[in-house]
Design a protein around this ligand. Sequence first.
Ligand SMILES: CCCCCCCC(=O)SCCNC(=O)CCNC(=O)[C@H](O)C(C)(C)COP(=O)(O)OP(=O)(O)OC[C@H]1O[C@@H](n2cnc3c(N)ncnc32)[C@H](O)[C@@H]1OP(=O)(O)O
Ligand SMILES: Cc1cc2nc3c(=O)[nH]c(=O)nc-3n(C[C@H](O)[C@H](O)[C@H](O)COP(=O)(O)OP(=O)(O)OC[C@H]3O[C@@H](n4cnc5c(N)ncnc54)[C@H](O)[C@@H]3O)c2cc1C
Length: 670
Amino acid sequence: MTSATKVNPDLSDERKKVEFDVEEFTNWYYKGAENVAEKRFLENFFLSDPELEDKVPTSYLSHKEKYENAVRKAVLVVNKIKELQADGRGGVDIYMALLGGTLGTAIFREANPITVHFVMFLPAIMNHGTSDQQAEWISRAWNCNIIGTYAQTELGHGTYIRGLETTATYDPKSKEFILNSPNLTSYKWWPGGLGHTTNYAIVIAQLHSLGKCHGIQPFIVQLRDEETHMPLKGIKIGEIGNKVGMNTVNNGFLAFDNVRIPLKNMLMKNAKVLEDGQFIKPKSSVLTYGTMMFVRVVILKDMASYLSKAVTIALRYSMVRRQSPIEPNKPEPKIIEHVTQQYKIFPAIAKVIVFKITAEFLWDMYNQVTHDLDKGDLERLPELHAISCCLKAVCTNEAAQAVEICRLSTGGHGYLNSAGFQDIYGMVTAAQTYEGENTVMFLQTARYLIKCWEKAMNGEKLTPTVSYLENFIKGRNSRQSFQNSPSGILKAFQLAAAKKIAESNKHLEERKKYLSPEEATNQTGLELINASELHCQAFLLQATIEVLEDSTKQTSLQLRSVLKDLLELYSVDLALRYTGSLLEFANMTSSDIEFLQRSLEALLKKLRYNILGIVDGFDHPDQILGSVLGTYDGNVYENLINAAMKSPLNQEDVNKSFHLYLKPFMKSNL
Ligand SMILES: CCCCCCCC(=O)SCCNC(=O)CCNC(=O)[C@H](O)C(C)(C)COP(=O)(O)OP(=O)(O)OC[C@H]1O[C@@H](n2cnc3c(N)ncnc32)[C@H](O)[C@@H]1OP(=O)(O)O
Ligand SMILES: Cc1cc2nc3c(=O)[nH]c(=O)nc-3n(C[C@H](O)[C@H](O)[C@H](O)COP(=O)(O)OP(=O)(O)OC[C@H]3O[C@@H](n4cnc5c(N)ncnc54)[C@H](O)[C@@H]3O)c2cc1C
């Protein structure tokens, strides 16, 4: 991954000091040299295509041009994937190219309008369609003969999906459903690509049959003519307008006026409507929520990927930027020598590894649970739902904070679009809201934790992610003193989570004496969120400790030692961020905090000369980083001026506004 240009000597000196083999780390991080080779092949295959290169930085394009450029690229990429598949190249993962993974974010720096087709439309057909429905739709969708979206959220409801107002009323005479948007708040609002890209949608609507409402169900609905792309009769459709970020996603609105679709267009793997209108209940009503769970799992992987880009930019820049002498009369040091600067970036680098490991852990769990579901076994579904909700909330919240800190760590230059933080921030902050707003996600996990607490109190066996509650009830951990090691900090978090769950439950029960259970839950919301967050932090740490222990058995001592330092840094930083809870619940004392503080400083120092190897090892080509501050060669000042010269305003010496406004204005004051 070397650059053709001369590397900034500050950065090449830094690289010489790295004590481990960066390629060994890359192979470990991507789980094998074969995966790394495949990743690099794909990156090169896509990024070497001049058609995918933006001649003008997209930030200078108008809203309309940005969208049109994004569609152009999306089509090019899918065609290139088809080319690869035609060549019989196995293992080509279309998702890798199109989703939040490193390659996807390079090609679609601002996200693309057909992502939801791949992450939600297709998975919804797979999860909710019968085999006949899959046969009818999957290959057309997979080949992009039709492009779809997932239309669930409405103007009036996003979180409380049981409150959705779009109706699908079954007419047994014509064997059709009639879709309607009874009022403004029932307009679908937000679905990705809905505005002008997709011609089909999975529409989530209230099913009415034989005079009864049977709750929300998924329907596959054609929205636009397959030839002309004109909206079909009875369909009102458009784009919702400019947003904080993700402006190329073409989020849309949609309303129905007596739109008829055939009976076979209700996805019926779970619930069914028979020809005579009889409704057959699903095995569990929450099976309709399956697609959301899938995306929450995917989001975790995305967070590791986005954050790995932000830290690469921030760290490389910090190693070439010099400012403010630390000792008087000494030269200005690289800004990374300021300990506060190290603290802004190093813990975020550790988080990338923790999020990635946990994302893979969750992915395996998701595959296992969906495999069980296919066999009719729903036992671990609530556990997966609970852990994926809180992980989605913690990881997106922390990624958003960390990306912003990385931006701040690069001072004024980080505020430039060409620094590359804006698009990353736009993506991570959107994920705090979409696929379940984070507060709501924490409360879903808390609901599960309270149930587990009650079960544990009744002596029932718990599932693995909450089994620490059993230990707590048996009094196994409660009297241990705080220990400053990753496993000691993990125990402290489990203890704090258990006590917070117990305390929340106590307050909930007290409130239930004079309030309804629902209002009591509302009144206890702050504590429930706190319990959920502690539980999640314990899980992240536990998964990482277990996976690191196992996966570094075969690595060199040097790499193992750096990964161990990163784990320690992550856990010490975590403990310091949660001192309030640990002092309250986990036998921590003020001298433990002092000791943690010293450990934190020692770890920053220890990692100082190896940390560059980690971000280099994330192996992001410059095109993927898309940042003038983060290039491999570290030539930031040349990059900055070159990027400035691309501004449309710099294409002429005098702008017409001078003659139109400034000159008359300045002369009139003479
Ligand atoms: C790259 C990515 C691009 C992605 C673009 C973004 C796409 C989108 O944003 S699509 C729209 C996503 N929308 C959402 O996520 C909406 C969030 N809201 C929800 O998920 C639900 O409405 C929710 C869970 C908050 C409340 O639902 P509701 O039915 O009222 O739940 P509630 O009464 O609390 O719970 C009912 C039961 O269902 C369970 N449950 C809820 N959701 C799920 C689920 N997904 N899986 C399994 N079980 C679930 C609960 O645990 C509860 O179980 P129990 O009764 O045993 O305790
Ligand atoms: C970039 C982006 C892309 C999206 N893509 C899609 C898509 O493809 N398809 C689709 O269908 N939707 C999509 N959405 C919609 C998204 O899923 C919803 O916006 C999200 O689920 C939140 O719902 P809401 O907007 O109704 O927020 P609200 O629920 O109105 O949230 C507002 C506030 O109320 C609070 N609140 C709400 N309910 C509770 C509660 N029970 N307890 C405590 N607090 C509560 C929330 O915490 C929040 O602070 C997208 C959204 C964004 C931003």
